[in-house]
Ligand binder design. Structure first.
Ligand code: UN1
Length: 438
């Protein structure tokens, strides 16, 4: 496995050397802003290096296990076979690369199906992985639609496992298709959506909350599964905080992501834009528009959507994840924190959570009540760092284990145990370590 790790590290160096070219593609095809594209290339490099490191640590040699005298036991990790990696358009390089790097590091071959919207970024990435020395028959790029290519891949009994990042509905469909097909029982590693909340009490520092809300809700035009969707503000500070938020939003620049001044780029495509428009129309009836960013000249072409904030009475108004720059605000009374927590829990998702409070007891209480994959206290709630903030949710938000966490690679692998009687005739103690060569 050391050889694989070396190739992944070399790919990391190649990505780094081609940073500008990759960024240009991410901006052009994925609509990401310059800082987001930069962060994405760096994240992809981090995945390559992190999984290489984990493979060296966990996969290099079998682990010897304790047992009675005269007997030796060991356990080793092996690749499962061919992994299908099905990735989203919202991190066309980082998540695409992360899934592939993990599957390869664990000893698998990979068929990678990128999102239909971002095949060029994927092709550039696969070219660099091949250039780094990953053989062509070990890593295949298979662009196409989910309905045709994704479904065919999942249905194929030669596929030994699936890594998927995308919607909860699609993850369910993949799970069903895997269950129905003949062949091996294949694991599904799914990272899906969220209905992510930030809970703000009256002890929070309003200036900090506003900055963190802007980043969490509107960076990447809200098109991250980690993005903030539901802001719960304690009544006592809500008027002041929401006025400050409206002021800050008036300064957000929506436009061409290739311009350094742009804060919020476009929506990925016209279908996604229309879904947001529809949701906004419904919110105009069911909630109250608190503020909306101006759309500057030039944005009438393309798929731009003005970031906006609606006040609603309850999270129950949100029937599904709204993937874009729409923030929902719910005000809560100081004696009703439990109602807030029940409401957030009732969404069934558990991806990211923000807590803004300077009261440790409140923070601890909220954390004890909600079951969420990534919680962030007194900071923004996006941009999990590889190896530092392993990422992924529970419930409707995903299966785990967490991407860039210490146990991720293990799910891509199978375990084999070998037991040898070292006192038996012939003394075959030399068999131990045999799995090294497998
Ligand atoms: C996604 O948006 O599909 O922490 C997941 C973050 C990113 C989210 C990636 N790791 O913002």
């Amino acid at each position: 496995m050391d050889e694989r790790a070396g190739l992944l590290e070399r790919a990391g160096d190649l990505y780094q050397n081609r940073m500008v070219e990759l960024m240009a593609l991410i901006i052009r095809e994925g609509g990401r802003t310059i800082p987001a594209a930069l962060a994405e290339v760096r994240e992809a490099v981090d995945y390559l290096r992190y999984y290489a490191l984990r493979a060296r640590d966990d996969f290099a040699a079998p682990e010897q296990l304790p047992g009675p005298t005269g007997e030796r036991n060991e356990i080793a990790l092996h690749g499962r076979g061919v992994f299908a990696c099905i990735s989203p358009w919202n991190f066309p390089l980082a998540i695409f690369t992360g899934q592939i790097a993990a599957a390869l590091a664990a000893g698998n071959a990979v068929v990678a199906k990128p999102a239909e919207q971002t095949p060029l970024v994927a092709a550039a990435a696969v070219r660099l992985l091949h250039e780094a020395g990953i053989p062509g028959d070990v890593l295949h790029l298979l662009p196409g639609t989910g309905e045709a290519i994704g479904a065919a891949l999942v249905a194929d009994p030669r596929v030994a496992g699936v890594a998927f990042t995308g919607s909860t509905e699609t993850a369910r469909r993949i799970n069903l298709d895997l269950a129905r097909r003949p062949g091996p029982i294949a694991p599904l590693i799914a990272e899906t959506g969220g209905q992510n909340a930030m809970i703000v009490d009256s002890s929070a520092l309003a200036e900090q909350v506003v900055a963190d809300v802007l980043t969490s809700a509107f960076e990447s035009a809200g098109q991250r599964c980690s993005s903030l969707r539901l802001l719960y503000v304690q009544d006592d500070i809500a008027d002041r905080l929401l006025a400050m938020l409206a002021g800050a939003m008036a300064e957000l620049v929506v436009g061409d992501p290739a311009l350094i001044a742009t804060d919020v780029g476009p929506i990925i495509d016209a279908t996604a834009q229309e879904t947001l428009e529809q949701h906004a129309r419904r919110m105009m009836h069911e909630g109250r528009l608190l503020c909306q960013c101006p759309l500057p000249p030039g944005t009438e072409h393309g798929t731009f959507f003005a970031p906006r904030v609606f006040q609603i009475d309850s999270a129950e108004r949100l029937t599904r994840e709204v993937f874009g720059p729409i923030l929902h605000v719910v005000r809560w009374r100081a004696d009703r924190l439990d109602m807030v927590l029940d409401e957030v829990a009732a969404t069934g998702y558990g991806l990211t959570l923000g807590i803004q409070s300077r009261i440790d007891e409140t923070v601890r209480y909220i954390l004890s009540r909600l079951h969420v994959g990534n919680s962030y206290v007194n900071r923004n709630m996006i941009g999990a760092v590889v190896g530092v903030q392993p990422f992924g949710g529970e419930g409707l938000s995903g299966t785990g284990p967490k991407a860039s966490g210490p146990r991720y690679l293990h799910r891509f692998a199978t375990e084999r145990t070998l037991s040898v009687d070292t006192t038996a005739a012939g003394g075959n103690a030399s068999l131990l370590g045999l799995q090294d060569e497998a």
